[in-house]
Write a protein that binds this ligand. Sequence first.
Ligand code: NAD
Length: 328
Amino acid sequence: SVMDTDFLALLERAKQADANPKADDLRFDGQVAVVTGAGGGLGKAYALLFAKLGASVVVNDLGGSATGQGSDSRAADLVVDEIRKAGGKAVANYDSVEEGDKVVETALKAFGRIDIVVNNAGILRDKSFARMTDADWDLVHRVHLRGTYKVVQAAWPHFVKQKYGRIINTASAVGLYGNFGQTNYSAAKLGVVGFTKTLALEGQRKNIIANVIAPNAGTRMTATVMPPEMVEAFKPEYVAPLVAYLGHSSNEDTGGIFEVGSGWIAKVRWQRTGGYGFPANRELTPEQVADKWARITNFEDGRATNPETTQDSLQSFMENFGNVEEEE
Ligand code: NAD
């Protein structure tokens, strides 16, 4: 288990390490960042960091419960106060991300532009699949996937016009790998990955960069599943620097998936086995598939590749049309 004694010892040492307040070369003066769901948890850490680095920040938060009920302007207001007290620039927005145009409108009204969008707002409606209701499914999709789409939709024309934009969307390891009780959430989160990859392609020539993160952090959302020591240890402040970097003009990496938490950051890509090409001019039967199953599923034979584009993916299929068996 992650909570064994080694882990606790590591935690003790991490706690004693100094915070490193240096290295503020990556600044955002004159830029405007919209952070959704910034009234708490990860979003709050992003908003505080962007503001500290000179950005004007729209702190969006609906202020509802972790399961998406109710609303309250206090969540966003408290973060705005905190930023202003520290000498930063911020305004609050209390709309649901489902009304992305209003969120972006707040940035334009208050600061006259928009440069960075961090789609972070989120809720959970965990249920085993047998008990999943349409309401649980739809609400999770509306906030995570449709909300992300609506905010980007409103920001996009401004990004295109100014030939500059940085988008950081939020997926989850649960979207990449699955998790019991989260069919709704994992589907929405992998949806965010596909959305981001296509945005990256469409934005590339216009200097609009889009990446997606799968964070791990102790927040209200994870407090229900993580032990308290983990909630305390997995500080959102470990995640925020990656989001700031991805939001900066110096980052030109786009379409990337990053896992991040506890100070550890990694990039994720797809891997595909070398596969097995059956003759394209012969009838293919389920028995033949069964017969070659070990080859089809073998990642360890040195033939696996990492397709990066849909074209890369299609290549092997096209090639297999040349795999023709002579008549005997
Ligand atoms: P959190 O509950 O602390 O923060 C989410 C915030 O979003 C809340 O302040 C909430 O009020 C706000 N919000 C919810 N619905 C909204 C809506 N419709 N419009 C505007 N704001 C809304 O949770 P968190 O852990 O900080 O999660 C942030 C993001 O990271 C979420 O997208 C979550 O799915 C994702 N994520 C978190 C973890 C983790 O370990 N914490 C893991 C994977 C993914």
